[in-house]
Write a protein that binds this ligand. Structure first.
Ligand SMILES: O=C(O)CCC(=O)C(=O)O
Length: 316
């Protein structure tokens, strides 16, 4: 999609209009919603791609190559230490990441596709392919109402086939959401690194195999953006060229008036409610249910505030 072909979607949600209980892209009412929207053809095509495949590509137009170069320059120092492959929340010290994460066209198409106001809450920078095992974000960051979350992946350089491209399973976002209780045979223990690898990894691959879905690689060009739905199965391909880099940025988004939680560390009886950062404001977005604030346990409230105020950027 090209930013120049897009009409503004501002006002589509309308003050006082009821918020959709499920994201438009996850709902049978998407076409009816798009029919009432003044958004441009390209924005609507983006929403339809996201609904159909759980992944959609966005072209934010001129200026993206320069923005990518600025992001790379502002984050290069994080990768100077040996072995650092991934940096969390570099947005705290990178105006260029904040500029991307709040790009008005990106925000507008996400709000068209989901029907609620959105905010970016976390960033990850990669120097090389992540080789991350196949997973859905619904295990890591979910919301109530369900599926009001998405991931945004920006290619900071052209992705080459040997560099361990992002891979995903088109259509997998419609499969049932798997949580740790499902894959641990109903046991209510929170996850450990071992149980994740032994239980979740094979369970999700079995789920995909059972319905015959096949992965595709996202060979994006520098400046192109891929958006995935919360329950899309995705991960990193193996790195075939050991000398390659695959500089990329992931930004995760939530939507307004939801309860935000971490399913992997939750049990059905005890959800781990999050207080997510809001990259747009530099503060937090309080979890809400139908407009009413929901309590955040004191220890997570304290941890979220300390993490934000210390402007931490953990590196692995
Ligand atoms: O960029 C990648 O290789 C994978 C990123 C990913 O899976 C994630 O951020 O959830």
């Amino acid at each position: 999609m090209n930013s120049t072909t897009m009409a503004s979607t501002k006002g589509d949600k309308g003050a006082g209009k009821a918020l959709p209980p499920i994201p438009w892209v996850e709902s049978d009412a998407l076409e009816a919603h798009l029919a009432t929207s003044q958004a441009g053809f390209a924005a609507k095509a983006f929403a339809r791609d996201l609904a159909r495949n759980g992944f959609a590509i966005l072209d934010l137009g001129e200026g993206m190559a320069t923005l990518c170069d600025r992001i790379v320059a502002e984050t290069a120092h994080h990768f100077a230490a040996p072995g650092v492959q991934r940096v969390h929340d570099a947005w705290r010290r990178s105006p260029a990441i904040r500029e991307f994460a709040t790009h008005p066209v990106l925000v507008e198409v996400l709000e068209l596709a989901y029907g609620r106001r959105t905010f970016p809450f976390q960033s990850l920078n990669f120097m090389r392919g992540s080789e991350q095992s196949i997973h859905c974000d619904t295990l890591h960051f979910h919301a109530d109402p369900a599926l009001f979350m998405c991931g945004v992946w920006l290619a900071l350089e052209d992705v080459t086939p040997g560099s361990g491209p992002l891979r995903y399973y088109p259509g997998s976002h419609r499969l049932p959401v798997l949580n740790m209780q499902d894959v641990q045979g109903g046991a209510a223990e929170p996850v450990t690194t071992t149980s994740y690898a032994q239980a979740y990894d094979p369970a999700i691959l079995a789920q995909l195999e059972a319905v015959g879905l096949q992965p595709v690689q996202a060979l994006l060009k520098k400046g192109q953006v891929g958006v995935w739905a919360a329950n899309l199965a995705h991960g990193g391909s193996p790195i075939l060229d050991p000398d390659s880099t695959r500089q990329s940025l992931v930004v995760h988004y939530y939507f307004e008036d939801c309860v935000y939680y971490t399913p992997m560390l939750s049990t059905a009886a005890k959800p781990l409610v999050r207080l997510p950062d809001n990259i747009a404001t530099g503060g937090w977005t309080w979890p809400r249910r139908q407009g009413r604030p929901v309590p955040v346990p004191l220890k997570y409230f304290g941890a979220a505030i300390a993490y934000n105020l210390l402007r931490l950027t953990p590196r692995f």
